[in-house]
Write a protein that binds this ligand. Structure first.
Ligand SMILES: NC(=O)C1=CN([C@@H]2O[C@H](COP(=O)(O)OP(=O)(O)OC[C@H]3O[C@@H](n4cnc5c(N)ncnc54)[C@H](O)[C@@H]3O)[C@@H](O)[C@H]2O)C=CC1
Ligand SMILES: O=C(O)[C@@H]1CCC=N1
Length: 278
């Protein structure tokens, strides 16, 4: 195994050490980033202890202490507390001129810039929890001040999966709805398939094993094949066979419309989170 490397961008301070921060930190450390380059502010003692124990990162009970000396701040708190957290860091932002990367759903770059005191290099990033395993994907949008530092943000997030640059900030809500929230839709499908398998007489263990490996296999085909999803689907669907019976049932039940409405609702919710926390 290679030695942990220092981040080329210097120390990173995570402000918030909850679910998504944990996935990112775990992914970065597993990919060889030195734990000593990662500082975390998290008010919940049990979460601090777990992060320290599992990844060896330095944890603090307040944002200012973690941010001190860090050239990149990764803001990983809920949208509802972002304004207050940024206000508490505004003085330090003026002195340190950090690159501020926010992963909060909805909260805009101009809100973050204003709350941090103005003239701040802000990148909005929308990662997802598979980052923990190095198979996340992150949408990235940079404000004008962050444009020269875009590569720093991309370099950091690239460690936990590919990144996609987004030029229109308004599209970040759609990114959130598709890939930020997306793993939850797949987990919902897994739950539903497992229950349905049990309803057809399978044991819980057998249903679980069949569903998990089927999702892994399908996702692997989707990512490793040049062919689009509909072609891969057609190959499973024998005319007059079992798959066709299931697909017809999905279509008759409005599956595509339902997915469309769900993703539209998530996109809308992103916009609401921005307005509600103004
Ligand atoms: N969970 C996910 O899959 C994803 C979440 N996000 C975004 O990441 C952000 C965090 O979400 P989660 O990790 O799911 O939430 P979470 O609730 O697990 O984590 C937020 C953490 O911030 C901490 N916190 C609260 N006030 C703080 C303060 N003043 N200073 C430092 N830390 C403070 C909380 O104690 C909590 O542990 C949200 O803005 C969300 O929109 C983005 C992409 C995916
Ligand atoms: O549910 C949420 O609001 C966050 C953003 C994307 C995933 N989790």
């Amino acid at each position: 195994m290679s030695e942990p490397s220092s981040l080329p961008i210097g120390p990173v301070a995570f402000i918030g050490g909850g679910n998504m921060a944990r996935s990112l930190i775990g992914g970065l450390v597993a990919r060889g980033v030195a734990a000593g380059d990662i500082r975390v502010a998290e008010p919940v003692a049990a979460l601090r202890e777990a992060l320290q124990r599992d990844f060896g990162v330095a944890c603090f009970d307040n944002a200012q202490a973690a941010a001190d000396g860090a050239s990149v701040w990764l803001l990983a708190v809920k949208p509802q507390v972002m304004r207050e957290v940024c206000a508490s860091l505004a003085e330090q932002a003026r002195a340190q001129r950090p690159l501020a990367i926010s992963i909060a759903a909805g909260i805009t770059a101009s809100q973050l810039d204003r709350w941090l005191g103005g003239e701040v290099a802000v990148v909005r990033a929308m990662p997802n929890t598979p980052a923990l395993l190095g198979v996340g994907i992150t949408g990235l949008y940079a404000n004008a001040a962050a444009a020269p530092r875009f590569d720093q943000a991309a370099g950091l997030l690239d460690a936990v999966g590919p990144t996609v640059r987004i030029d229109e900030e308004t599209q970040m809500d759609a990114v959130t709805a598709v890939s930020g929230s997306g793993p939850a839709y797949v987990f919902l499908l897994a739950e539903a398939m497992q229950q349905a398998g049990q309803a057809q007489g399978l044991s819980a263990d057998a249903a679980r094993a069949l569903v998990r490996q089927t999702l892994l296999g399908a996702a692997t085909m989707l990512t490793q094949s040049e062919e689009p999803a509909e072609v891969l689907r057609a190959r499973v669907t024998s005319p007059g066979g079992t798959t066709q019976a299931a697909i017809k049932t999905f279509e008759a039940g409005g599956f595509r419309d339902l997915v469309d409405s769900a993703i539209a609702a998530a996109t809308r919710r992103g916009r609401e989170l921005s307005a509600a926390n103004e």
